[in-house]
Every structure is written in C-alpha cells, then in structure tokens.
Design a protein around this ligand. Structure first.
Ligand code: TYM
Length: 334
C-alpha cells in the first residue's frame, strides 16, 4: 500500500450472475482507478446470506466474481482482490458500528424496505443490519472513495454518518468516505421494464444482460428491449425511459456523452439503434468473456489470489480495529 495514495473500497455480492448494470455502474470504473489509488475490491459473500443461498452455488459464484474482476482488467498485484469472509475484521467492526447506528436510520433504508417486501417470509436481522456491515467494509480500510451505482448511495450516506458520529465521540478515527458514481450509468434499467433497475435477482432473463451472455443472446435481448411508440432517439427519462436507458448504455460502453449518441443516431430508427447498442455491448464484452473463461478454469490460481490478498487485507484491517478497540475501551489483545 502506497501511503501517498488515497484508498478505494468497493464490493459486489456474489448473489447472482453479474449484469451489465453491475459492470457499467461499478466494475468498469474499478479498473480505471487502479493506478491512482490503493484499491480494495471485495467479493462480499457475507452480505449474500441476507437472502437464502445454495452453499455450493455461492462458493462457485464467489470464484466467478473473482474471475470477472481479473477479466475486467483488475491487476491482482495492484489491487487487493479478496473475500469478505476471509477477513474477520469486517464482522468485528460491524458489531461495534451497529452500536452507533440507530434503528430509525436502518428502518429508513429503501433497500431494506424493498427486500423485506420481496422476501416477506424471511425478513431477518441481517437484512436489517446489512448497511452496518457495508459501513464496516468501507471504514475498516479508511476508505476515501467508493465506486458504486446510485442504488448504494443511501447506504454510503449512512456509512458517512456513522463515521462522523464515531469521530465526534472518540476523536478522528475514520475517514469519511465519498461516493464515486458514474454520470451516465449510475442506474442501468431493466430492458423489459425500464422503470425499474436492471438486477441480477430478476426472474425474467430478458430484463438483464449478463456479462457472460453470448453475442447472439445479447443482440436478441436488445432487439426485444421495450421502447415507446415514438421514433426519435432523444434522452427523456420520464417519457422515454427505454430509449433513455439505451442511450445511457451506448454512451457508457463507448465512453462518450449522451449528446454524442443522440447526434450519431439522429434520424435513425429504433430497431437500428437497438442493434447498434447490442453490437457495441457484445464487442466490449467479448474480450472480457474470453479471459473470464480462462480464469474460471484455474481455481488454483484464484485461490492463490484470495489467500495472498486476505493476508494483506487482514493486516490493514487489524490496524484500524486495534485503534477502534482502544478508543472504545477494550483491553486490546489482537
Ligand atoms: P450489488 O452486488 O447489488 O451491486 C454491485 C455494484 O453494482 C451497482 N449496480 C448498478 N449500477 C448501475 N445500474 C444498475 N442496474 C446496477 N445494479 C447494481 C451497485 O450500485 C454496486 O455498486 N451492498 C452492495 C455491495 C457492497 C458494497 C460494500 C459496495 C457491500 N459492501 C462496500 C461498496 C462498498 C451491493 O449489494 O451491491
């Protein structure tokens, strides 16, 4: 870790296959930041237990997520790519921070409200305290910047409040982290229901693009994407959510602005635009997929990365935990 560089932390849950939303909202940015910052990119397996998981599938998806991190260009020598459950400090700090978080704050979290409706038969304590564990993930490494999609912004604000509260009581301890949210891809929407977020837990597979979808499937899903009855390719989230979503996807996959997209497709038909978006996405994902299928075959290599990085993360996490334990009044023995 370079002491002159600021720190980044972000995580993705291995709770389903990774979508184009995860990629454009978060993962694509991870790689761009790896030279300028000390970066921790975590496979947040502990968070997934808030919803029932099949143990074997969870393990497999955790490897798949690491393989995707690598395939997306994250250099394992420059970034700490690791598993949340390998570093017990996440759970330990989470307990402490939970004692500085109010039930009222947690009850206001929109993701908690959504998920407790969707999983009404399993509204467990973990679902409620989920944002505290997320705050622990971030604060444990004295993180300055957190690349996320906009759906995680409320959780990050809570982490900031917890950090400030703790600092006010015990003196400067945690860095108060800032969100890093991409402009055009802060919230990639479902292809069939563009008023809701593209999500890996969706049951309709036409709603999302997986990073591992083959080219023909990608193009087919974009051809079927729901648009409106108009014919102009202009950005208007309220009246043209489907077309606006496609404009965002095309802009972010090609690193251009929405205006550039609208200029390029002025006078084009919806059908042609959809094919262009699909082709662009498929060709951006092709090299990632090629690498992904190589990495996923090599569990030995993936385990070696997990092992090496767990140690690095543990060492840095322990420094913060020790400081926190001292401040709250524990007899430190770690
Ligand atoms: P998760 O696993 O749901 O999603 C991972 C990242 O992808 C972003 N994202 C999206 N961005 C744009 N459009 C979408 N449709 C879309 N869907 C998902 C998310 O905003 C996220 O950045 N709680 C987090 C994981 C987490 C975490 C952390 C993140 C745990 N600890 C600490 C940052 C820092 C989550 O469930 O993300």
């Amino acid at each position: 870790m370079d002491p002159d560089k600021k720190t980044i932390f972000s995580g993705i849950q291995p709770s389903g296959s990774i979508t184009l939303g995860n990629y454009l909202g978060a993962l694509k940015n991870f790689g761009k930041l790896q030279d300028k910052y000390n970066c921790y990119y975590c496979v947040v397996d502990m968070h997934t237990l808030t919803v029932r998981q099949d143990p074997q599938a969870l393990r497999e998806r955790s490897y798949q997520l690491l393989a995707l991190y690598l395939a997306c260009g994250l250099d394992p020598d420059k970034n700490v790519l690791f598993m949340q459950s390998h570093v017990s400090g996440h759970a330990e700090l989470s307990w402490i921070l939970g004692c500085y978080t109010y039930i009222g704050e947690l009850s206001r979290m929109t993701q908690f409200k959504d998920k407790s409706q969707r999983h009404a038969d399993n509204v467990n304590g973990g679902l409620f305290t989920y944002p505290v564990l997320m705050a622990a993930d971030i604060l444990l490494y004295k993180t300055h910047l957190v690349p996320i999609g906009v759906d995680q912004k409320q959780h990050l604000e809570l982490a900031r409040n917890i950090a400030e509260r703790f600092n006010n009581i015990y003196g400067e301890t945690f860095v108060v982290p800032e969100p890093f949210i991409p402009q055009n891809s802060a919230k990639i929407m479902s292809l069939q229901e563009p008023e809701k977020k593209m999500s890996k837990s969706d049951t309709n597979t036409n709603n999302f693009i997986l990073l591992t979808d083959p080219e023909d499937v990608i193009i087919k899903k974009f051809k079927k994407a729901v648009t409106d009855s108009g014919c102009e390719i202009v950005y208007d989230e309220e009246n043209k959510p489907g077309i606006s979503n496609l404009i965002n996807i095309y802009a972010s996959i090609n690193d251009i602005s929405r205006d550039d997209v609208m200029k390029e497709f002025e006078g084009s038909r919806y059908g042609d635009f959809k094919i262009a978006v699909g082709t662009s996405v498929a060709s951006a994902l092709a090299p990632i997929q090629k690498k992904y299928f190589e990495y996923i075959e090599d569990k030995g290599y993936l385990n070696s990365i997990f092992n090496k990085n767990a140690e690095i993360a543990r060492e840095n996490a322990n420094k913060t935990l020790k400081e926190v334990y001292e401040k709250v009044g524990f007899i430190v023995n770690r």
